[in-house]
Design a protein around this ligand. Structure first.
Ligand SMILES: C[S@@+](CC[C@H](N)C(=O)[O-])C[C@H]1O[C@@H](n2cnc3c(N)ncnc32)[C@H](O)[C@@H]1O
Length: 194
């Protein structure tokens, strides 16, 4: 087990729930068009943003990848430690994040499966994948990480959201841990690429 995995597996709900999550919601109000800000501060085990902020706080001077920008909340949670650079990738322009101006967070429009993203993925010790949730897409992404010999931790959001995601999660043969109790109620898992 590497340090990052150990960090994730040993954190408690009480530590996560003591993190101050008020900064970004107060900075980027609903009126500022980022939407869904009420979920950002939810307790651990209900939403996963506290866990993302915690992971970011335990890593320094790294690139962290957020696949699936949408409203930008996962990018903001991963961006709390300003020594890290967060690259948030979405297949289409997300209007919500145009108003987000954080020097350590950049938004890229691209299909994450494209080869142009391979070096970016390899450069990061931590990737959050939160996209289609049909299981098939996520399998393609995992296969890609294996093919490019990725080393690091992949966090999968919503591993129990759909039948496809349940099947995907059950069929992953790489080392993995169900961390739903400290993540998102719809299922959070980490997969270790060693
Ligand atoms: C559930 S939302 C992400 C929520 C976001 N992580 C958050 O916490 O606010 C899923 C996003 O994945 C994006 N997406 C779907 N397929 C993608 C792909 N192949 N590459 C990059 N982004 C993709 C969608 O456009 C959508 O905005």
């Amino acid at each position: 087990m590497n340090n990052l995995t150990d960090t994730i597996l040993t954190v408690s709900n009480s530590i996560l729930d003591s993190i101050d999550m008020t900064y970004y919601p107060s900075k980027y109000q609903e009126s500022h068009s980022t939407g869904y800000s009420q979920y950002y501060s939810c307790i651990s085990g209900k939403e996963h943003y506290r866990l993302l902020a915690y992971i970011a706080s335990k890593l320094s001077d790294h690139v962290l990848i957020d696949v699936g920008t949408f409203n930008g909340w996962s990018s903001l949670a991963l961006g709390v430690n300003k020594t890290n650079r967060v690259v948030s990738v979405d297949i289409s322009q997300q209007e919500c994040v145009i108003s987000i101006k954080e020097p350590n967070i950049s938004y890229v429009i691209s299909n994450i499966l494209e080869k142009e993203n391979d070096n970016l993925l390899i450069s990061s010790p931590f990737i959050l994948l939160d996209t289609y949730h049909d299981g098939g897409f996520e399998q393609q992404f995992i296969d890609k990480l294996v093919n490019i010999k990725y080393k690091g931790v992949l966090m999968l959001d919503d591993i129990y959201l759909t039948e496809g995601m349940r099947l995907l999660w059950n069929n992953i043969s790489l080392p993995k841990h169900d961390i739903t109790h400290i993540g998102h109620f719809s299922g959070t898992g980490i997969v270790l690429f060693e």
